[in-house]
Design a protein around this ligand. Structure first.
Ligand code: UD1
Length: 377
Protein backbone atom coordinates (compact mmCIF):
# COMPACT_ATOMS: atom_id res chain seq x y z
CA UNK A 1 0.00 0.00 0.00
CA UNK A 2 1.39 3.42 -0.94
CA UNK A 3 0.50 6.65 0.77
CA UNK A 4 0.29 9.67 -1.55
CA UNK A 5 0.01 13.12 0.03
CA UNK A 6 -1.38 15.72 -2.40
CA UNK A 7 -0.86 19.44 -1.90
CA UNK A 8 -3.16 22.17 -3.18
CA UNK A 9 -3.08 25.82 -2.25
CA UNK A 10 -4.23 28.23 -4.91
CA UNK A 11 -7.18 28.22 -7.29
CA UNK A 12 -5.49 26.64 -10.33
CA UNK A 13 -4.27 23.75 -8.17
CA UNK A 14 -7.71 22.43 -7.35
CA UNK A 15 -8.67 21.31 -10.86
CA UNK A 16 -5.24 19.67 -11.15
CA UNK A 17 -5.47 17.50 -8.04
CA UNK A 18 -9.11 16.49 -8.66
CA UNK A 19 -8.49 13.81 -11.32
CA UNK A 20 -5.40 12.47 -9.52
CA UNK A 21 -7.34 12.02 -6.28
CA UNK A 22 -10.10 10.33 -8.26
CA UNK A 23 -7.73 7.94 -10.04
CA UNK A 24 -5.92 7.01 -6.81
CA UNK A 25 -9.15 6.40 -4.95
CA UNK A 26 -10.28 4.03 -7.67
CA UNK A 27 -7.42 1.76 -6.52
CA UNK A 28 -8.14 1.51 -2.78
CA UNK A 29 -6.10 -1.69 -2.37
CA UNK A 30 -2.98 0.02 -3.64
CA UNK A 31 -3.11 3.65 -2.54
CA UNK A 32 -4.22 5.77 0.38
CA UNK A 33 -4.36 9.56 0.00
CA UNK A 34 -4.00 12.59 2.22
CA UNK A 35 -5.04 16.01 0.90
CA UNK A 36 -3.34 19.07 2.34
CA UNK A 37 -4.74 22.53 1.56
CA UNK A 38 -2.19 25.21 2.38
CA UNK A 39 -4.83 27.95 2.56
CA UNK A 40 -2.93 30.20 0.11
CA UNK A 41 -6.33 30.90 -1.41
CA UNK A 42 -9.10 30.93 1.16
CA UNK A 43 -12.11 32.91 -0.12
CA UNK A 44 -15.17 30.71 -0.71
CA UNK A 45 -15.15 31.77 -4.38
CA UNK A 46 -11.41 31.07 -4.78
CA UNK A 47 -11.36 27.72 -3.00
CA UNK A 48 -14.33 25.87 -1.43
CA UNK A 49 -16.56 26.14 -4.51
CA UNK A 50 -13.97 24.17 -6.51
CA UNK A 51 -13.90 21.31 -4.01
CA UNK A 52 -17.69 21.15 -4.12
CA UNK A 53 -18.09 21.33 -7.89
CA UNK A 54 -15.23 18.97 -8.71
CA UNK A 55 -16.17 16.43 -6.06
CA UNK A 56 -12.78 16.64 -4.35
CA UNK A 57 -12.93 15.24 -0.81
CA UNK A 58 -12.53 17.87 1.90
CA UNK A 59 -8.85 18.41 2.74
CA UNK A 60 -7.54 16.25 5.59
CA UNK A 61 -5.39 19.15 6.74
CA UNK A 62 -5.77 22.91 6.19
CA UNK A 63 -2.64 24.92 6.94
CA UNK A 64 -4.64 28.20 6.76
CA UNK A 65 -1.68 30.35 5.77
CA UNK A 66 -3.64 33.06 3.91
CA UNK A 67 -2.12 36.00 2.02
CA UNK A 68 1.24 37.60 2.79
CA UNK A 69 4.46 38.62 1.07
CA UNK A 70 6.22 35.87 -0.88
CA UNK A 71 8.78 35.20 1.84
CA UNK A 72 6.22 35.20 4.62
CA UNK A 73 3.73 33.06 2.75
CA UNK A 74 6.32 30.51 1.60
CA UNK A 75 7.89 30.35 5.05
CA UNK A 76 4.52 29.95 6.79
CA UNK A 77 3.58 27.07 4.48
CA UNK A 78 6.93 25.37 5.16
CA UNK A 79 6.75 25.77 8.92
CA UNK A 80 3.19 24.44 9.07
CA UNK A 81 3.72 21.63 6.55
CA UNK A 82 6.78 20.09 8.23
CA UNK A 83 4.99 18.69 11.32
CA UNK A 84 2.18 17.37 9.10
CA UNK A 85 4.69 15.46 7.02
CA UNK A 86 6.46 14.10 10.06
CA UNK A 87 3.18 12.88 11.44
CA UNK A 88 1.66 11.49 8.24
CA UNK A 89 4.86 9.98 6.75
CA UNK A 90 3.63 9.50 3.16
CA UNK A 91 5.63 7.65 0.50
CA UNK A 92 5.41 10.60 -1.86
CA UNK A 93 4.34 14.23 -1.80
CA UNK A 94 2.61 15.27 -5.02
CA UNK A 95 2.70 18.98 -5.82
CA UNK A 96 1.07 20.61 -8.85
CA UNK A 97 1.69 23.72 -10.93
CA UNK A 98 3.92 26.62 -10.00
CA UNK A 99 2.50 28.54 -7.06
CA UNK A 100 4.19 29.32 -3.76
CA UNK A 101 2.53 26.27 -2.15
CA UNK A 102 4.21 24.06 -4.78
CA UNK A 103 7.81 25.00 -3.99
CA UNK A 104 7.21 25.37 -0.24
CA UNK A 105 5.91 21.82 0.22
CA UNK A 106 8.39 20.28 -2.22
CA UNK A 107 11.26 21.83 -0.29
CA UNK A 108 10.02 20.54 3.06
CA UNK A 109 9.54 17.05 1.63
CA UNK A 110 12.93 16.71 -0.03
CA UNK A 111 14.70 17.79 3.17
CA UNK A 112 12.84 15.15 5.13
CA UNK A 113 13.77 12.48 2.60
CA UNK A 114 10.26 12.09 1.24
CA UNK A 115 9.94 11.56 -2.54
CA UNK A 116 8.50 14.50 -4.48
CA UNK A 117 6.33 14.21 -7.59
CA UNK A 118 5.80 17.40 -9.59
CA UNK A 119 2.75 17.48 -11.83
CA UNK A 120 3.03 19.98 -14.72
CA UNK A 121 6.83 19.92 -14.63
CA UNK A 122 9.32 21.31 -17.13
CA UNK A 123 7.36 24.33 -18.35
CA UNK A 124 9.53 27.43 -18.76
CA UNK A 125 8.78 31.02 -19.74
CA UNK A 126 12.51 31.87 -19.45
CA UNK A 127 11.40 35.00 -17.61
CA UNK A 128 12.82 34.98 -14.11
CA UNK A 129 10.92 38.10 -13.11
CA UNK A 130 7.84 35.86 -12.86
CA UNK A 131 7.49 34.34 -9.38
CA UNK A 132 6.04 31.21 -10.97
CA UNK A 133 9.19 30.68 -13.07
CA UNK A 134 11.31 30.59 -9.92
CA UNK A 135 8.87 28.15 -8.35
CA UNK A 136 8.99 25.92 -11.44
CA UNK A 137 12.79 25.90 -11.73
CA UNK A 138 13.37 25.05 -8.10
CA UNK A 139 10.60 22.49 -7.76
CA UNK A 140 11.84 20.56 -10.79
CA UNK A 141 15.40 20.47 -9.43
CA UNK A 142 14.30 18.70 -6.24
CA UNK A 143 11.61 16.41 -7.64
CA UNK A 144 12.03 12.66 -8.03
CA UNK A 145 9.20 12.23 -10.51
CA UNK A 146 8.37 14.88 -13.10
CA UNK A 147 5.07 14.65 -14.94
CA UNK A 148 5.02 16.58 -18.23
CA UNK A 149 2.11 18.11 -20.10
CA UNK A 150 3.96 18.69 -23.36
CA UNK A 151 7.07 17.27 -25.01
CA UNK A 152 8.94 20.61 -25.13
CA UNK A 153 9.40 20.23 -21.37
CA UNK A 154 11.92 17.41 -21.95
CA UNK A 155 14.30 19.90 -23.60
CA UNK A 156 13.86 22.45 -20.82
CA UNK A 157 14.68 19.85 -18.19
CA UNK A 158 17.67 18.53 -20.15
CA UNK A 159 19.12 22.07 -20.28
CA UNK A 160 19.00 22.16 -16.51
CA UNK A 161 20.71 18.80 -16.11
CA UNK A 162 17.62 16.92 -14.97
CA UNK A 163 17.81 13.27 -16.11
CA UNK A 164 15.20 12.27 -18.67
CA UNK A 165 14.61 9.07 -16.68
CA UNK A 166 12.82 11.09 -14.02
CA UNK A 167 10.45 12.68 -16.54
CA UNK A 168 7.18 11.14 -17.72
CA UNK A 169 5.07 12.70 -20.47
CA UNK A 170 1.58 11.93 -19.22
CA UNK A 171 -0.61 14.71 -20.64
CA UNK A 172 -2.51 17.41 -18.84
CA UNK A 173 -4.51 16.79 -15.66
CA UNK A 174 -6.23 20.15 -15.96
CA UNK A 175 -7.62 18.97 -19.30
CA UNK A 176 -8.77 15.72 -17.63
CA UNK A 177 -10.93 17.92 -15.43
CA UNK A 178 -12.10 20.09 -18.33
CA UNK A 179 -13.19 17.11 -20.41
CA UNK A 180 -14.90 15.50 -17.43
CA UNK A 181 -16.99 18.60 -16.70
CA UNK A 182 -17.43 20.26 -20.08
CA UNK A 183 -20.90 18.94 -20.81
CA UNK A 184 -22.15 19.75 -17.31
CA UNK A 185 -20.74 23.28 -17.64
CA UNK A 186 -22.42 23.72 -21.03
CA UNK A 187 -25.76 22.50 -19.77
CA UNK A 188 -25.64 24.84 -16.77
CA UNK A 189 -24.54 27.90 -18.77
CA UNK A 190 -27.07 30.71 -18.58
CA UNK A 191 -26.15 33.82 -20.60
CA UNK A 192 -28.74 35.97 -18.88
CA UNK A 193 -26.92 35.50 -15.55
CA UNK A 194 -24.04 37.48 -17.03
CA UNK A 195 -26.22 40.25 -18.44
CA UNK A 196 -25.67 38.87 -21.95
CA UNK A 197 -28.41 38.77 -24.50
CA UNK A 198 -27.72 37.18 -27.89
CA UNK A 199 -24.58 37.99 -29.82
CA UNK A 200 -20.88 37.48 -29.27
CA UNK A 201 -18.97 38.41 -26.14
CA UNK A 202 -15.35 38.19 -24.95
CA UNK A 203 -14.05 36.97 -21.60
CA UNK A 204 -11.21 38.75 -19.81
CA UNK A 205 -9.07 37.59 -16.88
CA UNK A 206 -6.05 39.39 -15.44
CA UNK A 207 -4.05 38.73 -12.31
CA UNK A 208 -0.29 38.76 -13.09
CA UNK A 209 1.53 41.20 -10.80
CA UNK A 210 3.34 42.61 -13.87
CA UNK A 211 -0.04 43.54 -15.39
CA UNK A 212 -2.14 44.63 -12.44
CA UNK A 213 0.05 45.91 -9.62
CA UNK A 214 1.20 49.17 -11.25
CA UNK A 215 -1.28 51.73 -12.49
CA UNK A 216 0.53 52.54 -15.74
CA UNK A 217 0.76 48.87 -16.77
CA UNK A 218 -2.94 48.36 -16.14
CA UNK A 219 -3.86 51.57 -17.98
CA UNK A 220 -2.02 50.36 -21.13
CA UNK A 221 -4.02 47.14 -21.11
CA UNK A 222 -7.28 48.92 -20.42
CA UNK A 223 -6.81 51.27 -23.36
CA UNK A 224 -6.85 48.24 -25.67
CA UNK A 225 -9.47 46.24 -23.80
CA UNK A 226 -12.01 49.05 -23.64
CA UNK A 227 -11.57 49.67 -27.38
CA UNK A 228 -12.24 45.97 -27.99
CA UNK A 229 -15.21 46.11 -25.62
CA UNK A 230 -16.78 48.83 -27.78
CA UNK A 231 -16.84 46.28 -30.63
CA UNK A 232 -17.74 43.15 -28.64
CA UNK A 233 -18.82 43.33 -24.98
CA UNK A 234 -16.29 41.99 -22.48
CA UNK A 235 -17.17 39.94 -19.39
CA UNK A 236 -14.53 40.24 -16.66
CA UNK A 237 -14.53 38.02 -13.56
CA UNK A 238 -12.15 39.97 -11.35
CA UNK A 239 -9.44 38.22 -9.30
CA UNK A 240 -9.13 39.69 -5.76
CA UNK A 241 -5.62 40.87 -6.54
CA UNK A 242 -6.90 42.86 -9.54
CA UNK A 243 -9.90 44.53 -7.92
CA UNK A 244 -8.06 47.67 -6.70
CA UNK A 245 -6.58 48.26 -10.17
CA UNK A 246 -10.04 48.03 -11.77
CA UNK A 247 -11.62 50.36 -9.26
CA UNK A 248 -9.03 53.09 -9.77
CA UNK A 249 -9.01 52.83 -13.59
CA UNK A 250 -11.02 55.64 -15.26
CA UNK A 251 -11.13 53.73 -18.59
CA UNK A 252 -12.52 50.62 -16.92
CA UNK A 253 -15.09 52.66 -14.97
CA UNK A 254 -16.29 54.43 -18.13
CA UNK A 255 -16.56 51.15 -20.06
CA UNK A 256 -18.61 49.69 -17.22
CA UNK A 257 -20.89 52.75 -17.32
CA UNK A 258 -21.33 52.33 -21.08
CA UNK A 259 -22.35 48.72 -20.44
CA UNK A 260 -19.49 47.35 -22.57
CA UNK A 261 -17.40 45.90 -19.71
CA UNK A 262 -19.20 43.64 -17.20
CA UNK A 263 -17.41 43.15 -13.89
CA UNK A 264 -18.10 39.93 -11.98
CA UNK A 265 -16.83 38.36 -8.80
CA UNK A 266 -14.63 35.27 -9.29
CA UNK A 267 -16.73 32.44 -10.74
CA UNK A 268 -17.01 28.78 -9.80
CA UNK A 269 -15.41 26.23 -12.12
CA UNK A 270 -18.56 25.18 -13.98
CA UNK A 271 -19.78 28.76 -14.49
CA UNK A 272 -16.37 29.80 -15.78
CA UNK A 273 -15.96 26.89 -18.20
CA UNK A 274 -19.49 27.51 -19.49
CA UNK A 275 -18.63 31.17 -20.05
CA UNK A 276 -15.35 30.32 -21.83
CA UNK A 277 -16.91 27.67 -24.02
CA UNK A 278 -19.38 30.05 -25.68
CA UNK A 279 -17.04 33.04 -25.89
CA UNK A 280 -16.12 34.71 -29.19
CA UNK A 281 -12.58 35.15 -27.82
CA UNK A 282 -10.72 35.20 -24.52
CA UNK A 283 -8.19 37.77 -23.34
CA UNK A 284 -6.05 36.58 -20.45
CA UNK A 285 -2.71 36.54 -18.68
CA UNK A 286 -3.40 33.17 -17.03
CA UNK A 287 -1.38 30.06 -17.81
CA UNK A 288 -4.15 27.52 -17.49
CA UNK A 289 -6.69 29.43 -19.58
CA UNK A 290 -4.32 29.30 -22.57
CA UNK A 291 -4.63 25.51 -22.32
CA UNK A 292 -8.36 25.37 -21.67
CA UNK A 293 -9.20 27.62 -24.65
CA UNK A 294 -7.00 25.44 -26.85
CA UNK A 295 -9.09 22.39 -26.03
CA UNK A 296 -12.37 24.29 -26.25
CA UNK A 297 -11.32 25.68 -29.65
CA UNK A 298 -11.90 29.28 -28.53
CA UNK A 299 -9.39 31.92 -29.73
CA UNK A 300 -7.18 33.24 -26.92
CA UNK A 301 -5.15 36.44 -26.87
CA UNK A 302 -2.51 36.19 -24.15
CA UNK A 303 -1.56 39.54 -22.66
CA UNK A 304 2.02 38.60 -21.87
CA UNK A 305 5.41 38.78 -23.56
CA UNK A 306 6.06 35.04 -23.24
CA UNK A 307 4.38 31.76 -22.43
CA UNK A 308 5.64 28.65 -20.69
CA UNK A 309 3.03 26.68 -22.66
CA UNK A 310 4.31 26.91 -26.28
CA UNK A 311 2.14 24.06 -27.52
CA UNK A 312 -0.90 26.32 -27.16
CA UNK A 313 0.71 28.58 -29.81
CA UNK A 314 1.82 25.87 -32.24
CA UNK A 315 -1.20 23.57 -31.98
CA UNK A 316 -3.79 25.54 -30.08
CA UNK A 317 -5.78 28.72 -30.43
CA UNK A 318 -3.42 30.93 -28.45
CA UNK A 319 -1.66 34.04 -29.69
CA UNK A 320 0.84 36.05 -27.67
CA UNK A 321 -0.01 39.71 -28.10
CA UNK A 322 2.19 41.32 -25.45
CA UNK A 323 1.14 44.08 -23.10
CA UNK A 324 1.22 47.21 -25.24
CA UNK A 325 -2.01 48.84 -26.40
CA UNK A 326 -0.94 48.55 -30.04
CA UNK A 327 0.14 44.92 -29.74
CA UNK A 328 -3.14 43.85 -28.18
CA UNK A 329 -5.20 45.72 -30.78
CA UNK A 330 -3.13 44.22 -33.61
CA UNK A 331 -3.77 40.74 -32.18
CA UNK A 332 -7.48 41.51 -31.97
CA UNK A 333 -7.58 42.71 -35.57
CA UNK A 334 -5.81 39.56 -36.77
CA UNK A 335 -8.27 37.41 -34.86
CA UNK A 336 -11.24 39.23 -36.39
CA UNK A 337 -9.82 38.52 -39.84
CA UNK A 338 -9.06 34.83 -39.31
CA UNK A 339 -9.87 32.58 -36.42
CA UNK A 340 -7.02 30.20 -35.54
CA UNK A 341 -7.49 26.52 -36.36
CA UNK A 342 -6.99 24.18 -33.43
CA UNK A 343 -5.76 20.64 -32.88
CA UNK A 344 -5.87 19.01 -29.48
CA UNK A 345 -2.30 18.51 -28.25
CA UNK A 346 -0.93 15.00 -27.85
CA UNK A 347 -2.15 13.17 -24.73
CA UNK A 348 -4.57 15.93 -23.72
CA UNK A 349 -7.16 13.20 -23.83
CA UNK A 350 -8.58 13.05 -20.31
CA UNK A 351 -6.29 10.21 -19.20
CA UNK A 352 -3.30 12.05 -17.69
CA UNK A 353 -4.20 11.15 -14.10
CA UNK A 354 -4.48 7.46 -15.01
CA UNK A 355 -0.99 7.61 -16.51
CA UNK A 356 0.32 9.30 -13.37
CA UNK A 357 -1.10 6.49 -11.26
CA UNK A 358 0.55 3.92 -13.56
CA UNK A 359 3.93 5.64 -13.09
CA UNK A 360 3.47 5.85 -9.32
CA UNK A 361 2.67 2.14 -9.20
CA UNK A 362 5.83 1.35 -11.16
CA UNK A 363 8.22 3.82 -9.51
CA UNK A 364 7.21 4.03 -5.85
CA UNK A 365 8.64 0.65 -4.80
CA UNK A 366 12.09 1.81 -5.94
CA UNK A 367 11.74 5.29 -4.44
CA UNK A 368 10.55 3.90 -1.13
CA UNK A 369 13.49 1.51 -0.67
CA UNK A 370 15.98 4.18 -1.72
CA UNK A 371 14.95 6.51 1.12
CA UNK A 372 16.32 7.20 4.54
CA UNK A 373 13.64 7.11 7.24
CA UNK A 374 11.78 10.37 7.81
CA UNK A 375 13.53 12.12 10.66
CA UNK A 376 13.01 15.54 12.22
CA UNK A 377 15.57 17.95 13.60
C1 UD1 B 1 -1.37 32.97 -7.11
C2 UD1 B 1 -0.15 32.32 -7.78
C3 UD1 B 1 -0.29 32.44 -9.28
C4 UD1 B 1 -1.60 31.87 -9.75
C5 UD1 B 1 -2.73 32.58 -9.01
C6 UD1 B 1 -4.08 32.08 -9.42
C7 UD1 B 1 1.99 32.45 -6.56
C8 UD1 B 1 3.30 33.11 -6.53
N1 UD1 B 1 1.08 32.99 -7.42
O1 UD1 B 1 -1.32 34.37 -7.41
O2 UD1 B 1 0.75 31.72 -9.89
O3 UD1 B 1 -1.73 32.03 -11.14
O4 UD1 B 1 -2.54 32.39 -7.60
O5 UD1 B 1 -5.09 32.80 -8.80
O6 UD1 B 1 1.78 31.49 -5.87
N2 UD1 B 1 -6.65 37.07 -2.22
C9 UD1 B 1 -7.91 37.11 -1.65
N3 UD1 B 1 -8.52 35.92 -1.41
C10 UD1 B 1 -7.96 34.72 -1.71
C11 UD1 B 1 -6.67 34.71 -2.25
C12 UD1 B 1 -6.03 35.90 -2.53
O7 UD1 B 1 -8.46 38.17 -1.37
O8 UD1 B 1 -8.59 33.68 -1.47
C13 UD1 B 1 -5.98 38.38 -2.52
C14 UD1 B 1 -5.15 38.89 -1.40
O9 UD1 B 1 -5.22 40.28 -1.41
C15 UD1 B 1 -3.74 38.48 -1.78
C16 UD1 B 1 -3.80 38.57 -3.30
O10 UD1 B 1 -5.12 38.18 -3.65
O11 UD1 B 1 -2.76 39.28 -1.23
C17 UD1 B 1 -2.81 37.69 -3.99
O12 UD1 B 1 -2.92 36.32 -3.56
P1 UD1 B 1 -1.65 35.33 -3.66
O13 UD1 B 1 -2.04 33.95 -3.30
O14 UD1 B 1 -0.50 35.92 -2.93
O15 UD1 B 1 -1.25 35.38 -5.19
P2 UD1 B 1 -2.13 35.41 -6.53
O16 UD1 B 1 -1.96 36.73 -7.15
O17 UD1 B 1 -3.52 34.91 -6.28
Amino acid sequence: MFHVLLVAGARPNFMKIAPIVGALRRCPDEFVTTIVHTGQHYDEAMSAVFFDQLGIPRPDVDLEVGSASHAQQTAAIMARFEPVLLERRPDVVAVVGDVNSTIACALVAVKLGVAVAHVEAGLRSYDRSMPEEINRLLTDQISDLLFLTERSAYDNLAREGIPAAKAHFVGNVMIDTLLAHRERARAAFDRSRFGLEGGPYCVLTLHRPSNVDREEDFARLMAAITAIADEVPVVFPVHPRTRPAVLRSPLATQAVERGRLRLLDPLGYLEFVGLLDSAHAVLTDSGGIQEETTVLGVPCLTLRENTERPITLTEGTNRLVGTTTGGILAGWKALREARPPARTPERWDGRAAERIVDVLRAELPRLRTGRVAVAGG
